[in-house]
Design a protein around this ligand. Sequence first.
Ligand code: SF4
Length: 710
Amino acid sequence: LVGSQVVDREVDSVCPFCGVGCLIKYKVRDEKIVGVDGRDGPANHGRLCVKGRFGFDYAHHPHRLTQPLIRKAGVPKDLDVERDPARWREVFREASWDEALELAAGKLKSLRDTHGPKSLAGFGSAKGTNEEAYLFQKLVRTGFGSNNVDHCTRLCHASSVAALLEGVGSGAVSNQVNDVEHAELILVIGSNPTANHPVAATWMKNAAKRGTKIVLADPRVTDIGRHAWRVMQFKADADVALLSAMIHAIIEEGLADRAFIEQRTSNFEALREGVRAFSPEAMESICGIPAATIREVARAFATAKSAMILWGMGVSQHVHGTDNARCLIALCSVAGQIGKPGSGLHPLRGQNNVQGASDAGLIPMMFPNYQRVDSAGAHQWFEQFWNTKLDDKPGYTVVEIMHKALAPASDPHKVRGMYVMGENPAMSDPDLQHAREALASLEHMVVQDIFLTETAWLADVVLPASAWPEKTGTVTNTDRMVQLGRQAIEPPGDARPDLWLIQELARRMGLAWNYPGEDSGVAAVYEEMRQAMHESIAGVTWERLQREGSVTYPCLSEDDPGQPIVFTERFPTADGRVRLVPTELVPADEKPDLEYPLVLITGRQLEHWHTGSMTRRASVLDAIEPVPTASLNARELQRLGLAPGDIATIASRRGAVRCTVRQDDGTPDATVFMPFAYNEAAANLLTNPALDPFGKIPEFKYCAVRVTAD
Ligand code: SF4
């Protein structure tokens, strides 16, 4: 119906939701988006999922922020953020842009000057453009004066990136998703692709139809399991046990690729020694998979002509997330399944621009292009490039910043002021009560967003920003494709482009930036970023993006078509080899006990995106999934005296929520699954903030809870 409507214009863009990066066409009539079609992009070939096709009218929702807001004097920062958006006048008053920007920047500046650079922090966004991410981190580093800048990659793939940088020297994927069509076997682990990367899942399902073996390894048997050759439903914190047992079996059965190991890896003997005690027989009771199945899958993986591993947050969101990813790197390396078509590693990126935001330096230990802030060479290069003094110590990560906000006044690194662009930590952080207390305790918080999110309710100044269809810029998908989205409509009311807002704050903090040109100087910002990231995107010029719309990196010159498969000859490590790192068994931080006997796993669902600020305001998506749910299998429901549709209370040591229960027999016994998109039953009130020591990622995929019928 939408497709047949008469429209005023059609504008080429990119889907604003997941990291697959489907190319879309906005259909505009009377200055409103009335429909979305898929374009023939390299990642989607015209396909779209329900979010991409129907999740567009959030941009026109009456809750959109259209005027700068300033918190009224004396109104307390109430932690109960489930407020009626219509009651915003009780908390905020409208302000002019000049007044709001002066207050926002002036207070940040005065905190910096009084308490030092470490008293400020910035949360950027993986939903913004590369140019916004680049300028945001530049503002924090050169204006705030420290590396206290992070974003939601800390909550999704930080542990994967830590392991990848250590092991293969690059935090991005080795092969693109649709390379699964060249794979004889695909290992999908800790990922629910039909819900979270739906168009990517279509390539997997197509491959399975043509004979590719899919192995699903996951505590929850999700939809992709219907297409799997083998399903390994392992215990929720036993990834290292399962993967080490596969590595053990490959080595012990003489299936390791000796030539690859000798020519392209380092530290193999330490790995062999490290997995010696992890025989499938010793691990079967720990991971819950029969030894014979582990051996069968390990053999199939090692002897396949080509095999790819795709993983999601089921791998990364654990206190042993980095170890999990180390095991995946070791598994493909001992089998020689990397560096060729259909063979490699693919951490499926969550948000539409989490790859690009990380590449652009929106992380506390890295300048753009993963140059370490504590590397003398990189530090000197960026000091010259930006013509200013820079901090050479890594900054605090997302969860650490929350702790630092609640630190005593005597702590010289206490965080007192924060600038949040398009992130919603009052919904996305673990142990939300603590996170909300931390945000509320700040002396000054500036939130730039399109809605009055749960985080914005706690702000001192709220800056109304532009939604994705209202701006031009680039995003980088999970496949390392830099893709151009074009502005389709104007922002509502007095809302402004994010890129303009960052520059206005920078100017008022005393930075002399100059990015001339249309669309808040987006092309000039991109060109500066391209210079800072010349080792990966030198050949991806703004003009080329205008022409081609999507270019894969590494791309080192304008006639370089880009490299869809990397590591074919060498790894970008110091010695050119992949480093194999042995791991230990580390249990989940909080195991079930008599008081809290079930395991909670959180995640996403097909229709709702992350904290729900956009998709719950998209009418079709909200109509399909209107209420929060908790999924348990039939046995567990019966044991608890519950039936599907009943209301239950889910409680952990940190909080409790009430929601509808749903039957899902793919959820294992003694386990409950909850999406985290619903503020009326925020799953993250329950989750455990314990961190992986390397990636500093919280353990969203495991904590102890109790479920009781109401
Ligand atoms: Fe958008 Fe991802 Fe769906 Fe593609 S698969 S339409 S990028 S949400």
